[in-house]
Design a protein around this ligand. Structure first.
Ligand code: GLC
Length: 517
């Protein structure tokens, strides 16, 4: 296996978001405060002490804004209000205050590329070709054959990214659902209005944003056909204009003293492509665009030493080559959970060790600390147009049904849900592991900021070291089904299956250890 060194020790204090561990909450599925079977802000507020007790530093809250819920909140009808399903603005203010009282930062999910078709901007825009807001969205005449203006295909459903509007005789663009029309960020009033939505929340005290598919905002107005034939715009659009727009967004964020941050969902996968959205050139040596960009490579890797060895190495190599700070995540609201993908609780335990020992900002997806798999969704219970219901099952808070929720819940629970509750057999042992790992990350700067170097290994083990000042920890994960001898001297400081014992030189199947002193 190859060897990489990454990073340099920090001489100045690192910004908070480099040292933080984020915890993603999918609000419909997290906790039900009013007993209607759908999660809400009151439910989250009740659980803030639990979240803080895990030892995470910040929350990413998936959208809670006014929405007709065609994409469960990723279709926003009002960026500056809360959907009644979730509560009120006053509840949001309470949640922000409650997080801060418990030492947690809170970041919101900002959806800049598209609105709901019920947003008043779009209602106005589609009302007539002469509407003052016509150009706030992307309208085009039919193509030469009378069909869609180009060959882009939408993300959901087998359809073009264009819907014909009978009233005004033009097509509008939607990279996702027809209910999610794309904004035209080239219009200065759109840019200004979207900046105002950021200020609205920053003024209320939020600590930053996760920016949904943010690489899409600067589309080339030519909207040319994809050269290789019909295909997905989502993973191809990579335009210089977006960088100018991101610098504008950064200026808004930087005008606040509490150091708000933005992590972007950038769905571009060539080496260095996502890192280029961090920009460069600011006087403090940080970039001048996004603070962080998600890295999805680890979410695509199968539970195999070769795959994860390459992935861990590549993420650290790119961090050096592109002078960027990486992110790490194994699950989110768009993918089968990693407990499901890897197929066993033991692997999920080893994965927790792997995730929380990377030189990167880790993102956890609520429920992974309870060892949740995906729910089995019968056809009649399917609600998501993108087939992602399984990873959005309600979090079981109590061992006994209905697990702290009103019934019926909007999606079914996972099988054997009670055992995954924080007091259940699986849930309690997994949360204990996450708490210990998060505590170690807090107390040992080496895990947050230390250099990372891959250690040569054979067979099914992947290992790396972290060093910072005089401190060193070595991490090893056995992806195989046989015990493997490995020469690491020291104590198992933490591990997926044992801790605080001398390492006996043999790594058991699906075991991960952190060895040091
Ligand atoms: C992002 C979100 C996803 C959503 C899509 C459209 O990929 O993560 O949940 O459906 O954007 O907003």
């Amino acid at each position: 296996m190859t060897t990489t060194t990454s990073g340099t020790s920090h001489e100045t204090p690192a910004p908070w978001w480099k040292e933080a561990v984020f915890y993603q909450i999918y609000p419909r599925s997290f906790a039900d405060g009013d007993g209607d079977g759908v999660g809400d802000l009151a439910g989250i507020i009740e659980r803030v002490p639990y979240i803080a007790s895990l030892g995470v530093d910040a929350i990413w809250l998936s959208p809670v804004f006014t929405s007709p819920m065609h994409d469960f909140g990723y279709d926003v009808a009002d960026y500056c209000d809360i959907d009644p399903v979730f509560g009120t603005l006053a509840d949001m203010d309470r949640l922000i205050a409650c997080c801060h009282e418990h030492g947690l930062r809170i970041t919101l999910d900002w959806v800049p590329n598209h609105t709901s078709l019920l947003h008043e901007w779009f209602v106005e825009s589609r009302s007539s070709r002469d509407s003052p807001k016509r150009d706030w969205y992307v309208w085009r005449d039919p193509g030469p054959d009378g069909g869609p203006p180009n060959n882009w295909r939408a993300e959901f459903g087998d359809m073009p990214t264009w819907t014909f509007d009978e009233t005004t005789g033009q097509y509008y663009l939607h990279v996702f659902l027809p209910e999610q029309p794309d904004l035209n960020w080239h219009h200065p009033d759109v840019e200004a209005a979207m900046h105002d939505t950021l200020r609205f929340w920053l003024d209320r005290g939020v600590d930053g944003f996760r920016a949904d598919v943010v690489h899409l905002i600067g589309k080339d107005p030519a909207l040319a056909d994809l050269p290789d034939g019909p295909g997905k715009a989502l993973t191809t659009i990579d335009e210089p204009a977006t960088h100018r727009m991101l610098r504008g967004i950064r200026t808004v964020l930087d005008s606040y003293e509490h150091e708000p941050m933005m992590v972007g969902e950038v769905c571009l996968f060539r080496p260095g492509q996502a890192a280029s959205y961090l920009g460069d050139g600011s006087p403090d040596g940080e970039g001048d665009e996004l603070h962080l960009a998600f890295d999805f490579r680890a979410t695509y890797a199968r539970w195999e030493a070769e795959r994860f060895g390459r992935t861990i190495d590549a993420i650290q190599r790119d961090a050096v080559e592109y002078d960027s700070w990486p992110t790490w995540a194994l699950s989110n609201h768009d993918l089968p959970r990693h407990r499901e993908r890897y197929g066993s609780g033991d692997r999920a335990r080893a994965a927790a060790v792997m995730l929380l020992t990377q030189r990167a900002t880790p993102y956890l997806y609520a429920g992974e600390e309870l060892g949740l798999p995906d729910a089995v969704i019968p056809p009649e219970a399917v609600v998501d147009p993108g087939g992602r219901d399984g990873c959005r099952a309600p979090i079981p808070w109590a061992v006994d049904a209905p697990h702290g929720w009103g019934e019926p819940t909007w999606l079914p629970f996972v099988d054997d849900a009670g055992s995954h509750a924080p007091d259940g057999e699986i849930g309690s042992s997994m949360t204990d592991l996450y708490r210990r790992l998060l505590q170690l990350r807090r107390t040992r700067p080496v895990l947050r900021l230390g250099d990372q170097q891959q250690i040569e290994t054979d067979g099914t083990v992947v290992a790396w070291s972290r060093t910072f000042g005089g401190d060193e920890l070595r991490i090893a994960v056995n992806f195989g089904s046989e015990p493997v001898p490995i020469a690491l001297d020291g104590r198992i400081v933490e591990g997926s299956h044992r801790n605080d014992v001398a390492f006996d030189g043999v790594l058991q199947p699906d075991e991960a250890v952190i060895v040091g002193s």
